[in-house]
Design a binder for this molecule. Structure first.
Ligand SMILES: Cc1cc2nc3c(=O)[nH]c(=O)nc-3n(C[C@H](O)[C@H](O)[C@H](O)COP(=O)(O)O)c2cc1C
Length: 224
């Protein structure tokens, strides 16, 4: 499965079966976490066999999660860019998990923080979790905004790569499906994107930037 197929078939999954994730897959995901932490200076951790974060707490019930025992703890050094970096690298993990036949859901609110199973150093922050496992279903498709609601262009003819980048960004997960982002295509194949106001909109920004890169092809444009 390539990344385009992974992003087109991914949906948030909140109910998981008790099928354990194979040791080989966990090993591969741990390697990816190490690689992405080295690239980004994040401190992402893959937590396994920990059902308490999505136990019978009020928040977990509100979020309607069940069967979650594995998740990525998205931790990193506090800075203005932390949320966006978490979004970008977290979505890389989400799409790699999808390619491996696993399911995920970004979780900003509906979980309980179990500090004893993760390491959060001084100056670091837990931004959110990403649940991971074999879904009871593959999730469902959601209503999406139209491309003209999330993008504009300063050029006369819109190239195909830009349209494809925006189309892939529209398939990205965003908090409460808010899709509050705006892409602009400028002269010279330069692209900018801004986050709107809303919960976790900077995490969303990192996520949609990664989706845009997959759709548009990084060789076709430069971020402004
Ligand atoms: C940053 C972020 C935080 C989220 N937090 C939660 C959450 O706390 N609880 C929940 O059930 N879903 C959460 N979601 C999942 C979104 O509701 C979901 O991505 C959105 O409705 C779009 O659906 P889709 O992922 O199936 O495309 C979150 C998504 C993102 C990107």
């Amino acid at each position: 499965m390539d990344l385009i197929e992974a992003l087109a078939t991914r949906h948030s999954v909140r109910h998981y079966t008790d099928k354990a994730i194979e040791t080989e897959k966990i090993k591969h995901l741990r390697q990816l976490v190490e690689e992405y932490n080295a690239q980004s200076e994040l401190h992402i951790q893959l937590i396994t066999n920990e059902p308490r974060s999505f136990g019978e707490s009020l928040l977990a019930r509100y979020g309607k999660f069940s069967g979650v025992t594995c998740y990525f703890a998205m931790i990193g050094p506090k800075s203005d860019s932390l949320d966006e970096t978490v979004g970008y690298y977290g979505e890389k993990l989400v799409l790699e998990a999808q390619r491996m036949g696993l399911n995920t859901c970004w979780v900003g609110l509906s979980y309980k923080k179990i500090s004893s199973v993760m390491s959060i150093n001084d100056g670091e922050k837990l931004v959110c979790l990403i649940s991971l496992g074999y879904g009871a279903t593959q999730g469902v498709d959601h209503k999406r905004k139209k491309p003209n609601k999330v993008s504009t262009t300063d050029v006369r003819t819109t190239p195909q790569w830009y349209k494809q980048g925006v189309a892939c960004a529209l398939l990205a997960p965003t908090a409460i499906n808010q899709q509050k982002f705006k892409f602009t295509l400028h002269e010279g194949n330069r692209v900018s994107v801004k986050a709107g106001f809303g919960p976790y909109s900077k995490v969303d920004l990192g996520i949609v930037k990664y989706h845009f890169e997959i759709g548009a092809g990084t060789e076709n444009f430069e971020w402004l």
